[in-house]
Each structure stands twice: as C-alpha cells, then as structure tokens.
Ligand binder design. Sequence first.
Ligand SMILES: *Cc1c(COP(=O)(O)O)cnc(C)c1O
Length: 453
Amino acid sequence: MHEFDQESEELIQSVFRYTLDRIRNEPPLDGPMSAAELQALVGETVTPEGLGGPEALRRYTEHLAPASISADHPRYLAFIAGAPTKAAAVFDLVIGASSLCGSTWLDGAGMVFAENQALRWIADLAGMPDSAGGCFATGGTMANLSALVTARHDADAKRTAAGLDRPARWAMVAAESAHSSVDSAARVMDVDVVLARVDDDRRLRGDAVAEAIAGRPDGTEVFAVVATAGTTNLGIVDALDGIADACAAAGVWMHVDGAYGGAAMAAPSVRHRFIGVEHCDSLVVDPHKWLFSPFDCAALLYRNPAIARDAHTQRAGYLEPIIDDTVWNPCDYAHVLTRRARGMPFWFSLAVHGTDAYRDAIEGTLEVTLATREMVAAADHLELIVEPELSVVAFRRRGWGLADYQAWCDRLLAEGMALLTPTTVDGGPAMRVCIINPRTTVDDLAEILASLA
Ligand SMILES: *Cc1c(COP(=O)(O)O)cnc(C)c1O
C-alpha cells in the first residue's frame, strides 16, 4: 500500500483519465436508483481483500456515478445548482492529493494566504472594512451557524460587561423567507426566532425589524437580525440599508445571508440591490453556488474577526502552540478544527480567470434569467409569480396542481431532459428555476417551458 509501484501509477493515471473526460465532456444528468437496485448492480465493495483499483473504479464509473445527478448539467435548474469552472474542479484534486490541512497558519500558511485574498475579493464586493476577515466553511448552513454563535457570544459579553444577567431567552429576528438553516441554527443554539413580517414585495425591511425587536416576548433579548441577500425560493434581496439602520438603532448584530445571492454583488446590473450590505457584522456567500466552485465551499466574513476568534477558538494542551493571534488561523473563525482548504479551488479559478470573468459570467446568467422571465410572461398558459431580482424565475402553469407539476418534473428527469422540482409560494404549488450555470442557454429554457404547454 505504501510503495509507489506500477499498480499505483496505473491507478492514478486511470483516475486522471476519468477526471479529464468528466471535466471535458458534457456532464450527464442521470438520476437516483433505489438502494436495492444499486445493491444488485454494485454488490459488496468493502471486502477484506479489496477489489483492486480497476474494479473499484469500474463500479464507480459504471454504476455509482450514474446514480448521482451532476449539478453542473446546464439543465439542472432545481434547488441551486453548482457549476464549477474547469480550473476550480481540477484544483480540488490537488488539494485532496496534497494532504494540506487548512486549519492554521503553521500548517497551511500558503493556502491561508491565498484563501484570504479570495475572501478579500468578496469583502471588497460588499464594501466591508479592511479589518474584515473570516474563513471558508463547508456551506451556508455551517457558516450561518458559526456567524450566529459569534453574534450571541458578542451580545452575551456585552451584557456581562454591563453587569446584566443573562436574559431568560436569546432570540434572533428573521423573516419567514430566511433559509431553513437559520431555523436549524436556532435549534442547535437553543435560541428563539422572532419572526418579522415582509412587505408586499416579500422583502424584509427596517421598520419590520424594529417592530419585531420591540415586540419580542418579555425576558427575551435579541442578539442578531438575519437579513437574506437573495432568498433561496424567490431570489428576493431584503432591504439591507434600512435593516442596517434598525440594527444600529437597537445595537443588534446584523448578519447577511448571501449564501445564494451574494455572488451577484459582482454584477453591476444588480449591485444596487445590495446597498447597505457594507454595514453587516457578518456575511455568508457560497462559492459552491453562484461563484463556480466545487462543493463544498462557503465564505464567512466578519466585520470584526476578533469577536469570532473569541467565540470559536478551541483550547487544549496540544493546541496551545498554535493559539496565536498574530497569525491567521482559519479554524478560529468557524465551528471547525481540522479543515480542508476548501477555498483553494475557488482561489485558483479566480487567480486563473480574473474577477472580470466572474462578473461577466454572473451577468450572463442574469441575462438568461431575464429572457426566461420574458418567455414566461409571454406564454398564455404560464403566470409569472414575482419579478426576478436575481436569477430565480418562479411561475405557475395555469390549471395545474402539485401532482401535475411533480409528474412533469418526473418525466423531464426520466427523459434525461432537465432537473426541476416544484416549490411552494403563498401556500400553493409553483415552479421555480434557478439559473447559475453560464452554460445554461435561453434555448434550454425555451425547450423546457415549451414542454409545459
Ligand atoms: C443554500 C442556502 C443556505 C445553505 O447553504 P448550504 O451551503 O446548502 O449549507 C443558506 N442560506 C441561503 C440563503 C441559501 O440559499
């Protein structure tokens, strides 16, 4: 197992060939199979003797990979797809192959340096101060949790410093349209969520935030407001400027969840929607969504990283040598210790292509979104639900119920045509497409919409 012999050489070459083909060719859409079907096809793979390289790879390429949907297929329009650049996709292999740990400056100075330049680009897009910093976490879920833990830590410390007791309950303010991971974070942290109303445009505004803070239950203190910069279902950007004012007035942490939509800060045509983001205390943007990085990668930034360090640094005898606030240890800024340098594929692609290419690629997806909006609006049998603000188009097929949408989606997947899934808007079934792949064309959407007639 430790020798680099002919067998290792062949194994590596065959994995490289597969990887090259996968990145070079149009990705397959494929689709899931039942565990029983997979058992029949794949059989037992974990055996005392081992299958050997060629056989293990064969079972992967012939059976396991085709039972998994490629999120970079141009007609993957459900949920939020992923569409890594070729540079980012292949660089993931380098990070895996190099046994580099991205936890600390001691272990990974070179990688942390590069990751921090990539984080800085996002901080600059948001207009955050020079002091801003953070790390790459696994996804928006972990990044939101880490930011909210930091926010509560800050509120707790301030209360203690003011000589006040802990409140009976801590709470965060969020709109119904906030991502499910915010609720999940509240459960993990054992805090409450005070719901704030959204306006007629489905947008959280400062007045609703102020109202929610003032209307909190007795004994409850609000430690953070979660604003969403691009809701997952409809792509709505909350009114960040007014929310920032409300947070400042109440002395409450402003967290901006831009896991999906934050990437669009790089697109001049929609940048105005993000005015006010520069006031955030923490910000999350997922490069594995709309910034063309492989899974999994979320950028987590703090206005004042020292607070995050205080909240997250792990202490143990064997860790003492690395606890050092004169260097940047990414593991101090999220709920993590051992850490893949998951920002490196993103960094490599940014370094290869330059930020202008990112701007143009995002603008391109926004153009396809607008063309899709036009097609939906022009079709008699379709009804546009909301004007797209980013790259989600939500619509209804007149006369259809949930079962019709589901049957249509099932048929598209079975035919290998596209992956779409129904959603719920205003309590009723609806369709949404989320366009983040620069290789998704207007023709793709035209063909899909035509099949709804
Ligand atoms: C996708 C998403 C998340 C969760 O991110 P993961 O990377 O899936 O964990 C959080 N917030 C918003 C707004 C999202 O769109």
